[in-house]
Unconditional design. Sequence first.
Length: 72
Amino acid sequence: MDDASMVGLVGRVTGTIGPGLVGEVIVRVRGGAEHFLAYAAPGTGRIESGTVVMVVEYLPPRTVYVTAAYDS
């Protein structure tokens, strides 16, 4: 999967993400759902489990930077 096809995908946080924390997200990709290590995009604070997020950067093979998909 190339970088461009991951950016913009939507997922859900399964392990809290935040400054100093490596979290986890599940993203629907390749006809299924896969888990990725996740960091908050620069300028983003803590993102709690259950939050819907959007991938803004992908670092192969299993790391993404995300931001909340919706304002709270």
